[in-house]
Design a protein around this ligand. Structure first.
Ligand SMILES: [Zn+2]
Length: 326
């Protein structure tokens, strides 16, 4: 899905919020009218005042008339609010409750895209990329430290701490202030599970998170380079999303193109203060051998988490086989 469709979808979602807010307001009005009939009279007065304002605008003594109408409206409005609170409702119960107060869920403020629209574009874009990565989201609840209990105590404590750090990372995430994480360790030690758990918490909070393997993302970028004459919506999204999670870093094809893109991604995100999480099965030494200093100095500026343990998928399948035999 390319930028234009993402934009249309984001606008559609915001305008759906506007319609929903207005429908809810109408329902509340009907309910209050039935419950407190005296509000109908105040409502009528407010509507009549609207018509009188239109007429007053044409009159000679309009400033005087408008002043009177204004105070009349304010009185009626205040009375309405008093009645609502007296009946146990919030004073703004009959106001339309827009999700975005800045643009009243139109998506625009003085002709320019509102922050909420920009935010929604990021979320729709991330959803599209994540849908393509076909990975079910994991949660912290389903992450078990039991798989690490055979480790030497010191390594077990490190794993315990990593799990805790990932939880607080998700809880305290700030799209402009959070640091970067580099998860290092063999396959099946929980790197993907923990980074997807972070993604899951942040997506629920409304952040735009892009998660995919380095190989798959770079492949997409390479395809766009050839099919779309260098213009890349995927790259824009990778640079602009709130959090980028690159899984299986080091398994992508190593070409001058992929290297330059990797450098651009790390460098741009670092300069813009936008966080990333990188997972890799390569050791620090392997990374050093595979990537130049330009990339490594940027990658190693992240908080490095060294994972320990025995392949969890392997442990799970051994357990399953044992249970079947029993
Ligand atoms: Zn808005």
């Amino acid at each position: 899905m390319y930028q234009e469709k993402i934009y249309d979808e984001a606008i559609r979602r915001i305008q759906a919020r506007r319609i929903r807010a207005q429908e809810q307001q109408e329902r509340r009005t009907e309910q209050i009218r039935a419950e407190i009939p005296e509000t109908a009279e105040l409502d009528r007065q407010l509507r009549t005042a609207c018509l009188s304002i239109v007429q007053a605008l044409k009159a000679e003594d309009r400033s005087e008339r408008l002043k009177k109408l204004e105070s009349h409206c304010l009185d009626a409005d205040a009375m309405l609010r008093n009645i609502l609170t007296a009946h146990g409702y919030p004073a703004d119960y009959l106001d339309t409750q827009y999700t975005c107060k800045r643009c009243s869920d139109t998506g625009f403020v003085s002709g320019k895209p509102c922050e909420c629209l920009e935010r929604e574009i990021g979320i729709v874009g991330a959803e599209q990329l994540n849908a393509q990565s076909r990975l079910a989201l994991c949660s912290f609840e389903s992450f078990s430290l039991a798989y690490y209990r055979d480790l030497p105590p010191e390594q077990y404590r490190i794993m315990e701490r990593i799990c805790q750090q990932c939880r607080s990372y998700a809880e305290q995430f700030d799209a402009r202030k959070s640091g970067n994480l580099l998860m290092i360790g063999n396959t099946g030690l929980g790197k993907t599970h923990l980074s997807l758990s972070i993604a899951s918490v942040l997506l629920q909070k409304g952040f735009s998170v892009i998660y995919d393997s380095a190989g798959s993302l770079l492949h997409k970028l390479e395809q766009e380079r050839f099919s779309r004459g260098g213009q890349s919506d995927t790259l824009d999204m990778l640079l602009e999303c709130d959090l980028l999670i690159l899984d299986d870093f080091g398994t992508e094809f190593d070409t001058s193109f992929t290297r330059s893109v990797i450098y651009t991604i790390f460098n741009s995100r670092l300069n813009a203060g936008r966080p990333f999480i990188v997972n890799t099965n390569l050791s620090k030494e392997d990374l050093q051998a595979q990537y130049g200093n330009r990339i490594l100095s940027r990658l190693f500026s992240a908080c490095i988490m060294q994972f320990y343990g025995t392949d969890i998928r392997l442990q799970k399948s051994i357990m399953q086989n044992r249970n079947q035999e029993a």
